[in-house]
Ligand binder design. Structure first.
Ligand code: TXA
Ligand code: MG
Length: 351
């Protein structure tokens, strides 16, 4: 299949919105920008269209998808009931990087929810995404537009790497703003439970809802196979670059010393170090790649860059990636969740 790429200069370009909406309506696949990462979209009410997403991504069948909506009315058509806490969250965070889990109505195919009685819904703030969904007048099922197991795409070039020849259309809207995926919050339990940290922080949620539980499989940091994850996606080794990846925690100068030592110990390996604005000068050894993820004072910058940096390491075919860790606070929680997965849980702590 030929994959067409359309460059979006104006997020409300009526012709491109119309074209993308038509591909969705006729059961095709469109990769499109959202404020978090690029999504791989299909008509969320069409079982066969949704099956194509699993196929293109190589995604396990038991991992359900998010339905993207453009209005509250569209959300109401899909779910059985919207609890008060969810309404408050919608007022505060929609449109935006928050996904909520509800009890689903029967019109949603089992393929979307992977057989669960619940469904994940999100209203993206990206104007193109909302325009396309509204034009199609259909909920759009969309996981991140990467091959399963690869870092999520934050640029159209990332999508092209993974999806060329497998999907109908890619909308190139430039690099996505947030850079990590949406926060997933289960509204079918009381208090609501955080299943995936993301663009909306736990602190933001607690300021609004008072009480928020955190999925126990998140607390330990590393994905634990033994705990049955409430959000099936959390159990897979996601976001993995091709190289071996190791995460370091502790005093930043000590981290640099330890990384320097490991660079000296591995003279034959192509090594990438993912550092931060504040620590770039701490490293004495020169690795093959020294990347600046952004400033520790602006973790949004780090979130914005993280997947692109991991893909950059893949492109350069490095053997080893050493990454600095962050505190589990604010955006740090979402960043660490992705980094721990990229490292398959391999960490060196307490430096
Ligand atoms: O930012 C995002 O959320 C992006 C953009 C494209 O919107 N999408 C995204 O989709 O990250 P995906 O499929 O990569 O991640 C969806 C997550 C998975 O961890 C999945 O297990 C979880 O949401 N999920 C979906 N439906 C669920 C349900 N009914 N119950 C619990 N978790 C669910
Ligand atoms: Mg994903």
């Amino acid at each position: 299949m030929d994959t067409e790429v359309l460059v979006l200069k104006d997020p409300e370009d009526p012709e491109i919105i119309d074209k993308a909406a038509k591909v969705i309506a006729r059961g095709g696949l469109v990769a499109f920008p959202t404020e978090t990462v690029y999504g791989l979209g299909a008509n969320g009410l069409d079982e066969r269209a949704v099956a194509k997403i699993y196929e293109a991504k190589g995604r396990p069948n038991d991992n359900p998808m998010i339905l993207h909506v453009s209005s509250l009315e569209m959300c109401e058509r899909l779910v059985k009931n919207i609890p008060k806490e969810a309404k408050d969250c919608m007022d505060m965070f929609w449109p935006g990087p928050l996904t909520m889990i509800f009890e689903k109505k029967d019109l949603i195919p089992d393929r979307v929810s992977a057989g669960l009685p619940t469904v994940a819904i999100r209203m993206p703030s990206d104007r193109f995404a909302r325009g396309m969904i509204a034009k199609a007048d259909l909920p759009v099922a969309a996981p991140s537009a990467n091959t399963s197991g690869r870092p999520s795409p934050t640029k159209a070039s990332h999508v092209l790497e993974d999806m060329a020849g497998k999907i109908d259309l890619i909308i190139d809207g430039g690099s996505t703003e947030v850079g990590i995926e949406s926060t997933v919050l289960d509204m079918t339990v009381k208090p609501p439970m955080l299943l995936r940290p993301g663009g909306v922080t736990l602190e933001d949620l607690k300021a609004l809802l008072k009480d928020v539980d955190v999925d126990p499989s998140l607390l330990g940091g590393e994905p634990k196979e033994v705990l049955h994850p409430k959000s099936p996606g959390q159990k897979y080794k996601h976001y993995a670059p091709k190289a071996d990846c190791l995460l370091f925690g502790g005093n930043l100068k000590n981290i640099a010393k330890e990384v320097d030592r490991r660079i000296r110990e591995n003279p034959d390996k192509k090594i990438a170090v993912l550092a931060t604005e504040e620590t770039m000068d701490f490293y004495q050894e020169k690795p093959y790649l020294l990347l600046n993820m952004g400033s520790r004072d602006h973790l949004e910058e780090v979130a914005h860059n993280i997947f692109d940096d991991l893909r950059h390491c893949d492109e350069e075919e490095v053997d080893l990636i050493f990454v600095e860790g962050f505190d589990f606070q604010g955006m740090g929680q979402g960043i660490m969740n992705r980094l721990l997965k990229a490292c398959g849980g391999k960490v060196v702590l307490g430096l």
